[in-house]
Structures are given as structure tokens and as C-alpha cells.
Design a protein around this ligand. Structure first.
Ligand code: FMN
Length: 193
């Protein structure tokens, strides 16, 4: 069975480099045999994470929808902008809301637990957002995912993509190919066991 992989960019910006990276990652994952679902957080607006709100009205429905979707995958590919060397609030807020889910009705549900996660980043700077991934890695380990070692940072992102969405630079594209390969390999090991 093909590993199910969710590709999720952590930016809603028009013309986002991380949305472009998510598109390139989706194509690569599909070419390598994954069953890919790509989403946009535009379709899942969430309030700022708030324990009082959670206690009064429960987990927001969009966080539950994301939680169910994540739980239905073998792996997740996160494309993460770097804000001040760290994780951007849109992404952190989504991760935090989903981490607060423990049940779906009568059923226990911990969406992040055991998911394999691969990380990518894109920035117009020289480092391609790689410093932020250190923080994303730490957060994702804390919520119980298995982070794979390989990652892909796209520098000079404004000029990094061909018109058809492929990465221009061979070395950077190699990072993407290897990251996708490793994610699929880990997911396949999980489905086989
Ligand atoms: C608050 C803020 C902080 C930022 N800090 C960094 C940074 O530390 N390193 C970096 O390379 N880019 C930084 N940027 C620039 C982002 O990388 C840039 O806006 C990028 O396009 C965001 O990703 P996106 O294109 O997917 O929206 C920052 C942008 C904002 C708004």
C-alpha cells in the first residue's frame, strides 16, 4: 500500500515560497509512490491557542478536522517559513491546537503521536530558513512525532523555482529528493510492521 503523506505549508502568504516548496515536494513524493494530500491552512482558520477557550467551547472544529486528517496519514511533510530564526506563529498555533486533542467523541485521538515528519523550509535569504527548522524539529519531537534526519532548505527562494514548479538547483533538488525518499522509507516501515 502507498504511504499516505500530508503536505502542509506553514504560510498563507500570496506567492509563498513555502507553498511553492510544498508543491514541489508533493510532485516528488507522488513520483516516489506516495499517496499525497496537500492542504492550505487558509482553509482551516484557527483562533490563537487559548486554554480558556478550549475549556469553554472545546477544540475548534478546524483543529479537529486537521487532527483527523493528520491521524489518517503515515507521514507529514511540513514546509516552514523562518521567522526570526524560529517557527512562524501560523504553524506553531496549528501544531499547538492539534496537540491539545485527546479524543474525538468517544474515541481516543492523539493526531501527532507516531507520525513520521519531514521538514522543509524556503527563504529568500542565504540560509534558506534552516535555522528555524532546528526549532520546528524540537517542537515536533515534543508533540510525539518521529522526525526524520534529512531535510531540505531552499535559499534564494525568489529565484529558486522553475515556471513548472521544479527546483532549479541540482543540489537543492537532491535534498528534496532525499528528504522525500527517507520519509517514504520510514512510513513504509511503519505500515509493514
Ligand atoms: C516576522 C518575520 C521574521 C522573519 N525572519 C526571518 C529570518 O529569521 N530568516 C529568514 O530567512 N527570513 C525571515 N523572514 C522572511 C521570511 O523568510 C519571508 O517572509 C518568507 O517569504 C516567508 O515564507 P513564505 O514565502 O512561505 O511566506 C521573516 C519574515 C517575517 C514576517
Amino acid at each position: 500500500m502507498s504511504p499516505r503523506i500530508l503536505v502542509l505549508p506553514g504560510s498563507n502568504r500570496a506567492g509563498s515560497f513555502n507553498v511553492q516548496l510544498a508543491a514541489a515536494a508533493s510532485v516528488e513524493l507522488a513520483q516516489q509512490g506516495a499517496d499525497v494530500t496537500r492542504i492550505s491552512l487558509v482553509d482551516y482558520p484557527l483562533p490563537l491557542v487559548d486554554e480558556d477557550l478550549k475549556n469553554e467551547t472545546g477544540i475548534p472544529e478546524n483543529a479537529m478536522k486537521l487532527g483527523r486528517l493528520i491521524a489518517a496519514q503515515d507521514g507529514v511533510f511540513l514546509c516552514c517559513p523562518e521567522y526570526n530564526s524560529s517557527i512562524p506563529p501560523l504553524l506553531k498555533n496549528m501544531i499547538d491546537w492539534v496537540s491539545l486533542i485527546s479524543r474525538d467523541g468517544d474515541r481516543p485521538l492523539k493526531p501527532w503521536a507516531g507520525r513520521y515528519v519531514a521538514l522543509g523550509s524556503a527563504s529568500n535569504g542565504k540560509l534558506g530558513g534552516i535555522r528555524g527548522l532546528y526549532h520546528v524539529r524540537s517542537v515536533m519531537a515534543n508533540v510525539g512525532t518521529q522526525i526524520i534526519t534529512e531535510q531540505c532548505a531552499v535559499s534564494g527562494a525568489a529565484d529558486a523555482f522553475e515556471a513548472d514548479g521544479r527546483l532549479k538547483d541540482e543540489r537543492t533538488n537532491g535534498m528534496l529528493v532525499n528528504t522525500c525518499k527517507s520519509l517514504i522509507r520510514h512510513c513504509a516501515m511503519m505500515t509493514a510492521s
